[in-house]
Design a protein around this ligand. Structure first.
Ligand code: HEC
Length: 444
């Protein structure tokens, strides 16, 4: 069987949220029963294809070919190079800029080195556990083996969500799946294939040892088969903050894992000749349930919308963000807010004189919101970001003027409402500001 998998992404809007559906399209060609003269040569499956202007003939031998070819193409470099490039990408994105992408100080306030070390330990520790299981007698029974691996993956998903930033936590599960898949090729499937090829070259019948290696390789291949779709999901998940930045992102991932793996199960059964549509009903029902569970909350109107103390940081954190450009007019505008006899403002002014002084209040709602944006977002989202580690506006999104907000309003609502932005809340957006910004952006 030859197969290609490619995702089709379609996005639509529901309320103020962007929803994206990913259809994994599987193009596969089944091997057919060969004509008699091929069967006589020991060929059990036959496939003809046309590609790139040429005809291709693929034959699968039931056992060994009549004669071993001089050069044999081993399907291993595809797996190895995928892992190597993935590891390089992960290092560049998540390790070289750990404060922005890997660490969420509200979960665990790691140092960069601490976070990277934890991440490596988490990844290779998980792989080590897998390798111990697959080599043990637990790895011999496909049902016990896959159930155990599923439970461990749920725990890993929860664990990575506690340790790393939301976005990084999804990628860690993807990295575990990818590492297990490549490890399966390197430590299990290749040795079994080598043993078989050696046997054939020596003209011997495969013995017990080879059979055992083959059984382990079979279970490893089974894992790789079921991991394919969940892995693709984690790879593209980075584009969908509404999935990973969900309050219970780890559970979303588990849900998607079950949905994609059961869909896969249906196709596996189908190719064995068992058509069991119930295996498609399960993922369909689960997808609907997931959408209902994840539906966006209605956006509340902004509390005390006019420029008031809600713009003030509610905490006296040791590293307050850079003060806004309107600091000059502070005295005027604080006076304004007070004479407006807005009780919110008065409360907060009473709270603490020091905080009150830092309150960047302004005359209009637009200005107040722009103050928030300038202090909390524009450090990164500017033509020339001032945030360390950012040379250009991330994702090409510049947020400096009310016009900019309007252009990106849909994305802003999602990114801010889910807590995805500001990244790692580096600029310490307060809850009140978050609510206001969401309401403001959605009203634009
Ligand atoms: C520490 C730097 C930083 C800060 C501060 C920051 N962002 Fe971002 N923002 C990023 C990066 C990096 C990306 C690209 C992330 C990605 O590719 O998934 C991004 C992406 C976005 C996106 C696009 C998300 C998508 O759906 O693709 C939006 C919208 C956004 N930011 C809005 C904001 C808003 C609003 C604020 C302020 C409340 C903010 N950001 C603060 C770094 C930052």
């Amino acid at each position: 069987m030859v197969e290609f998998i490619f995702p089709l992404v379609s996005c639509y809007r529901w309320g103020s949220m962007d929803w994206c559906i990913v259809l994994f399209c599987v193009a596969r060609s089944k091997l057919r029963k060969p004509p008699q003269w091929k069967t006589d040569k020991g060929i059990s499956g036959d496939l003809w294809a046309v590609h790139g202007g040429g005809f291709y003939e693929i034959a699968k031998y039931k056992l060994e070919p009549e004669e071993m070819p001089k050069t044999l193409h081993w399907f291993k470099w595809e797996a190895y190079t995928t892992w190597l490039t993935g590891a390089a990408m992960m290092s560049i994105v998540y390790y070289a800029n750990a404060t922005a992408y890997l660490i969420d100080p509200s979960k665990v306030p790691f140092t960069s080195i601490g976070a990277i070390a934890t991440s490596l330990l988490f990844l290779f520790g998980s792989y080590f556990i897998y390798e111990v299981i697959v080599r043990s007698h637990l790895g011999k029974n496909a049902f016990i083996f896959s159930t155990l691996i599923f439970i461990l993956l749920v725990i890993a998903s929860w664990g990575s969500y506690q340790l790393f930033s939301d976005r990084a936590s999804f990628i860690h599960i993807g990295a575990i799946l990818g590492t297990v898949m490549v490890g399966n090729v390197f430590f299990g499937i290749m040795p079994a294939q080598r043993a078989l090829v050696d046997c054939v070259r020596r003209g011997e019948k495969p013995g017990k040892e080879v059979a055992e290696l083959a059984l382990q390789a079979k279970n490893r291949s089974l894992m790789n088969n079921y991991f394919t779709l969940p892995l693709i999901f984690t790879m593209i998940s980075n584009h969908y903050p509404m999935m990973y930045a969900h309050e219970k992102g780890w559970l979303v991932l588990v849900f998607v894992g079950i949905i994609t793996a059961t869909a896969r199960h249906y196709f596996n059964q189908k190719h064995l000749g068992h058509k069991k549509p119930r295996y498609l009903v399960i993922p369909a029902v689960l997808t609907v349930l997931l959408i209902i569970w994840m539906r966006p909350e209605p956006i509340e109107p902004a509390p005390a919308m006019p420029a008031t103390a809600s713009v003030a940081p509610t905490t006296t954190d040791s590293t307050p963000p850079a003060t806004s450009a309107t600091t000059d007019s502070n005295t005027d505008t604080v006076a304004n807010a007070n004479t407006n006899s807005n009780s919110n403002a008065t409360n907060s002014v009473n709270n603490d004189a020091a905080i009150a002084e830092a309150v960047p209040v302004s005359a209009s709602a637009d200005d107040a919101m722009m103050d928030v944006v300038h202090t909390r977002c524009s450090t990164c989202h500017a033509v020339q970001p001032t945030q360390q580690g950012f040379a250009a506006p991330p994702a090409g999104i510049i947020l400096q003027t009310p016009e900019d907000l309007k252009i990106h309003k849909a994305k802003i609502v999602t990114a801010v409402q889910t807590g995805y932005m500001p990244l790692g809340n580096i600029t310490q957006l307060t809850d009140a500001e978050r609510q206001q910004l969401v309401a403001y952006a959605s009203s634009l």
